[in-house]
Design a protein around this ligand. Structure first.
Ligand code: ADP
Ligand code: MG
Length: 502
């Protein structure tokens, strides 16, 4: 962290008072470098990942420079999504909480125009919005930028990725010449560089060490798997990997809940994390992961932005990311605070080209992930079951239980082994898959040759190097065709959270 305190950076006392009440101790590196430059009135180009404290890096100095008594848009922030706009607006509200009659207005698509127009009429010093809707208001004349002092492009690369770059440029061209500008981005693709050159000439540049470096502490693995076998592969990974906390990335919000339900049914302490949850719910989910109340989170890229939970030992990319930056961000959720981490990527045959792309982006090779063989898995399950069973060997009720069963055995002419077996069947009937009665089926190995059939598993047996000849080929079309007992028994984690005791 920086050597100077917030007070020493020269912020307005009213802003400082707000910072003190939020409880920030020292400026983060990007704050320490950006605040003086913005206070001096310079344009600023900031390259830094999520979670580095960019909002305060621009909000605190810009708030320090405006005349808070003028109730007109003076600071305009462009954000890529409604969520981020709300988040930044909330942060601004906090940092401006000690000003009187001060208003921060979030403006985004998908919400009625009328409350936004009301808010604009009432007068707001800070507007935070998504490009499309801001442009609508500019065209309608409901938003006027005559008095604009500063413009911020937050997460510029994300806006580019979402196709907003033309809207952003249009808005930029409508802002006053002398308006101070700041652009923040995690990466600097050529189009963003061009925007910076055009609209932020002579900007002060601040770069915070890219997160791609932390990838070095993360062991990266790849597992080729047929799309319809991904869930089977995932449950086996979770069964054998000694994870503490894990985050599993999927592409859609819907998938987060679907997968969370499926893993929950298999006994994992899991929760979804997606943009449909409100801020408070998301914070609560993250808190539960931190405290160990949950071990697994199923997340989308956006919902997991900046997530910082040191106990995440594993990142599993259940769905491939949209681009290398997203991948780097995802795997950077592990290996926090100098620890090491493990990332496992599932790729389906049609996605295999991703492998090279990601290896190039991270500048490190991915090792093939070895799923345990059915025999190994079975051995492990038997061992776990045995441990679980033995944990009851000194149960205080044991004496009474033996007496009861002895009596039953004698009356029914059974020996104790038969009674034990019968009892075990009872356990299995009431809690299916608690007993490792049968070895799981081998997952079909993905052939290294590209296939023409892109979705279903291949028909020919040549693609199944491991399974018994012919057998898999016939079963191939059955989705999730785990052999009996293979559906991840509840709590099948090696950490000893064994089968639930019914
Ligand atoms: P970014 O925009 O870079 O992703 P944010 O501005 O959203 O980061 O900040 C991430 C988190 O860090 C927020 O919860 C914020 O309140 C907190 N934060 C920001 N600056 C500081 C600081 N100097 N000290 C402690 N926490 C901070
Ligand atoms: Mg941010």
């Amino acid at each position: 962290m920086s050597e100077l305190s917030f007070a020493e950076l020269g912020l307005d006392p009213v802003v400082l008072e707000a910072v003190a009440s939020v409880g920030y101790e020292t400026p983060s590196p990007i704050q320490a470098q950006s605040i003086p430059a913005l206070l001096a009135g310079n344009h600023l180009l900031g390259v830094a990942q999520t979670g580095t404290g960019k909002t305060a890096a621009f909000a605190l100095p810009l708030l320090s420079r405006i005349d808070a008594s003028i109730a007109e848009p003076q600071i305009l922030v462009l954000a890529p999504t409604r969520e981020l706009a709300i988040q930044v607006a909330e942060a601004f509200t906090t940092y401006a909480s000690k000003f009187r009659d001060f208003h921060v207005l979030p403006i985004y698509g998908g919400q009625d125009f009328s409350p936004q127009i009301r808010g604009l009429k009432r007068g707001a010093q800070v507007i935070v919005g998504t490009p499309g809707r801001l442009l609508d208001h500019l065209r309608k004349g409901t938003l006027r930028l005559n008095n604009l002092q500063a413009l911020v492009l937050d997460e510029a690369d994300e806006m580019l990725r979402m196709g907003f770059i033309d809207d952003v440029e249009t808005i930029l061209s409508k802002t006053p010449e002398n308006c101070q500008r700041a652009l923040f981005s995690a990466t600097m693709p050529p189009q963003i560089k061009k925007v910076a050159q055009t609209y932020l000439s002579n900007a002060t540049e601040v770069r915070i060490e890219s997160e791609s470096r932390t990838v070095e502490r993360i062991a990266q693995f790849v597992l080729p798997v047929y799309a319809e076998r991904k869930l089977d592969a995932l449950t086996r990974i979770l069964e054998v990997e000694p994870f503490d906390g894990a985050i599993i990335f999927v592409r859609t919000k819907a998938e987060t809940t679907v997968l969370a339900e499926k893993l929950s049914a298999r006994g994992h302490a899991v929760a979804p994390l997606n943009g449909d949850l409100n801020q408070r719910q998301r914070e609560q989910t993250v808190e539960e992961l931190k405290r160990g109340k949950r071990d697994i989170i199923i997340a989308t890229d956006v919902a997991a932005r900046g997530l910082d939970v040191p106990r995440i030992t594993h990142v599993i990319n259940y769905d491939v990311p949209y681009d290398p930056e997203a991948y780097i961000h995802r795997v950077g959720r592990t290996g926090r605070a100098g620890r090491s981490g493990k990332a496992i990527l599932l790729v389906t045959p049609r996605e295999r080209s991703w492998l090279r792309t990601l290896e190039r982006a991270t500048n490190s090779p991915m090792e093939p992930y070895e799923l345990p063989s059915p025999a190994e898995l079975q051995k492990m399950r038997v061992q776990q079951f045995e441990e679980q069973l033995m944990s009851f060997a000194d149960d205080p009720r044991l004496g009474k239980a033996i007496a009861l069963l002895d009596d039953i055995a004698e009356r029914n002419d059974m020996d104790m082994a038969m009674v034990a077996g019968t009892l075990a069947c009872w356990v299995e009937a009431s809690q299916p898959d608690s007993l490792p009665l049968q070895a799981p089926e081998a997952l079909p190995e993905v052939s290294s040759k590209p296939r023409r059939d892109r979705n279903g598993p291949p028909k020919g047996k040549k693609n199944f190097r491991k399974g018994p000849p012919g057998k898999n080929a016939r079963k191939g079309g059955k989705p999730g065709g785990f052999a009996k007992g293979g559906k991840g028994r509840p709590g099948g984690k090696p950490s000893g959270k064994g089968p639930k005791r019914g």
